[in-house]
Ligand binder design. Structure first.
Ligand code: ATP
Ligand code: MG
Length: 423
C-alpha cells in the first residue's frame, strides 16, 4: 500500500463538527461590517514577493524568516500572502480605489507564515481584517476600536483588554530612533544577537523584544511618548477622548511598537490572558506612508487584523459549545418509500427552505435508521413505510419531547412542517 499523505505541518482541515462555528463567526463579521457601512474586498492568495518586502519591511520576522516564497514557472518570485494589508493597498492602487476617495473595506481568508506551529500559531491561519483609506483624523481610529469592542460583545467574549500607543509622525519617529540608538549603543553588552543586528536595521523593534535579560534595560530606555510631534500628540489625545466618551477601557503601553514597518501614529492590540503566549487576538494601527511607498498617491490609512483561530479558541474556552444539529430526519423503509420520500422531501424544502432536513439514503432497518435520526439531533423523525405509503401519509415521531406520534397526510405535510417553528 502506498504511504498515506498527511496535511502540511501547521496547516489544518476545518472538520464538519467545527465548520458551523466558523460559519457563525463569519456571519457575525459580515453583519457587523454591513452595520458600519464597510464593504468586502477579496484579494488573491499569491502576490509578487516584492510587494511584501517593500511594505512589511526587509528586517521583520515575516520577511526575514516566515514567508512561503517560490519561483513560478516563468521564474517570477511569488509569495503566499502572510497578511492582507499589503495586498489590499496594492489592489486599491491598481484599481483606482484610493485617490481622493474614502474606502471602508474588510476582508477575510487564509494567510501563510512559516512559523513554529503551536497552539494559536499555525502556518496557514485565517485573518479578518479591516482597512480604511482617505481619512487622516483620529475619529476613524476610534471607530476601528469601537468595531473591535462591538465584535467581542456580539460574540459574547469577555476579558479582552485594549493596549494602545502612538508611534508619532514618521519624522518624529526618525528623530526618536537616533535617541534610542544612542541609548542602546551604550548598553550593547545586554543586547542579544537579534537586537544587535536590529540596532542598525530596525532599532524600534528591539523595544518589542520578549527577552527577559533585556527587560530592565528596555524599561529604562527613553520613551517614544516623550519625543512626539505636536500633531501626533493632539491626535492621540482626541482618540483617547473618543474612547473615554464611548466607555472603552484601555491601557497605554509605550512599548507597543508592532512587528511591521509600515505603522505610524496610532497602534493598538487587543489581548487576552486566556490563550497563553498567543494572547494577541487582534492588532492594528495607522499606516499613512504605505500607499505612497507602494507607488500610489499619498493616502492616509488605518486598519486592523484579527486571528480567527485565536478568537475561535477563546469562544471555545468561554462558552458551552453546542453541536450543530438538524431539525428533521426522514426515515424511509422499502424501495417505493425511498422514491416517494425524496419527492416529499423536495416539496418540503420548497415550502421551508431554512428547515434542516436529512432524507435517509442507503436503506437499512427501522432500528438502524431511528438510531441515526437520534444521533443527528433532529427534533422529529418523519417515517414512511409500506403502510404509510398505502394511506398516503407519514408517521411523525417526536424524538426530544414526550408527545404521542401522529399521522400526517401527504397533502398536509408542508403545512405541518411550517407549523413546527423549528427554523
Ligand atoms: P504574534 O506576535 O502573535 O506573532 P503578529 O504581530 O505577527 O502576532 P499580525 O501580523 O499583527 O500578528 O497579525 C494579526 C493577528 O493575526 C495577530 O494578532 C494574531 O491574532 C493573528 N496571527 C498572526 N500570526 C498568526 C499565526 N501564525 N497563527 C495564528 N494566528 C496568527
Ligand atoms: Mg508573528
Amino acid at each position: 500500500m502506498s504511504k498515506f499523505i498527511k496535511s502540511i505541518r501547521g496547516m489544518h482541515d476545518v472538520l464538519p463538527d467545527d465548520s458551523h462555528r466558523w460559519q457563525s463567526f463569519e456571519a457575525v463579521i459580515r453583519q457587523l461590517m454591513a452595520s458600519y457601512g464597510y464593504r468586502e474586498i477579496r484579494m488573491p492568495l499569491v502576490e509578487s514577493t516584492d510587494l511584501f518586502c517593500r511594505s512589511i519591511g526587509e528586517v521583520t520576522d515575516i520577511v526575514e524568516k516566515e514567508m512561503y516564497t517560490f519561483d513560478d514557472r516563468n521564474g517570477d518570485k511569488l509569495t503566499l500572502r502572510p497578511e492582507g494589508t499589503a495586498s489590499c493597498v496594492r489592489a486599491g492602487i491598481q484599481n483606482g480605489l484610493l485617490h481622493n476617495q474614502i474606502q471602508r473595506l474588510w476582508y477575510s481568508g487564509p494567510m501563510f507564515r512559516h512559523e513554529r506551529p503551536q497552539k494559536g500559531r499555525y502556518r496557514q491561519f485565517h485573518q479578518f481584517g479591516v482597512e480604511v483609506y482617505g481619512i487622516d483624523t483620529p475619529d476613524i481610529d476610534a471607530e476601528l476600536i469601537l468595531i473591535g469592542a462591538r465584535l467581542w460583545k456580539q460574540l459574547g467574549l469577555q476579558g479582552i483588554r485594549l493596549e494602545l500607543n502612538t508611534l508619532g509622525s514618521n519624522q518624529a519617529r526618525t528623530e526618536y530612533k537616533q535617541v534610542l540608538v544612542d541609548y542602546l549603543d551604550q548598553h550593547r553588552d545586554v543586547l542579544d544577537e537579534d537586537s544587535l543586528r536590529r540596532l542598525k536595521s530596525n532599532p524600534l523593534r528591539i523595544l518589542d523584544s520578549k527577552n527577559p535579560a533585556m527587560k530592565q534595560m528596555l524599561d529604562d530606555a527613553p520613551a517614544l511618548m516623550d519625543h512626539l510631534d505636536d500633531e501626533s500628540r493632539q491626535q492621540f489625545a482626541k482618540l483617547i477622548a473618543s474612547l473615554d466618551a464611548a466607555g472603552i477601557e484601555y491601557t497605554i503601553n509605550p512599548r507597543l511598537v508592532r512587528g511591521l514597518d509600515y505603522y505610524c501614529k496610532t497602534v493598538f492590540e487587543w489581548v487576552t490572558d486566556e490563550l497563553g503566549a498567543q494572547g494577541t487576538i487582534c492588532a492594528g494601527g495607522r499606516y499613512d506612508g504605505l500607499v505612497e511607498q507602494l507607488g500610489g498617491k499619498a493616502t492616509p490609512a488605518v486598519g486592523f487584523a484579527l486571528g480567527m483561530e485565536r478568537i475561535l479558541a477563546l469562544l471555545e474556552s468561554q462558552q458551552q459549545q453546542q453541536a450543530e444539529t438538524i431539525d428533521v430526519y426522514m426515515v424511509l423503509l422499502g424501495e417505493s418509500s425511498e422514491i416517494k420520500g425524496l419527492q416529499l422531501a423536495e416539496e418540503i424544502r420548497e415550502q421551508a427552505p431554512t428547515l434542516k432536513m436529512i432524507a435517509h439514503c442507503g436503506g437499512g432497518s427501522i432500528k438502524s435508521q431511528m438510531k441515526k435520526a437520534d444521533k443527528s439531533g433532529a427534533e422529529i423523525a418523519i417515517i414512511l413505510a409500506e403502510t404509510e405509503l398505502e394511506n398516503k401519509q407519514v408517521t411523525v415521531k417526536y424524538l426530544r419531547e414526550k408527545k404521542e406520534q401522529i399521522a400526517v397526510s401527504f397533502d398536509n405535510l408542508s403545512e405541518f412542517i411550517g407549523s413546527l417553528k423549528i427554523s
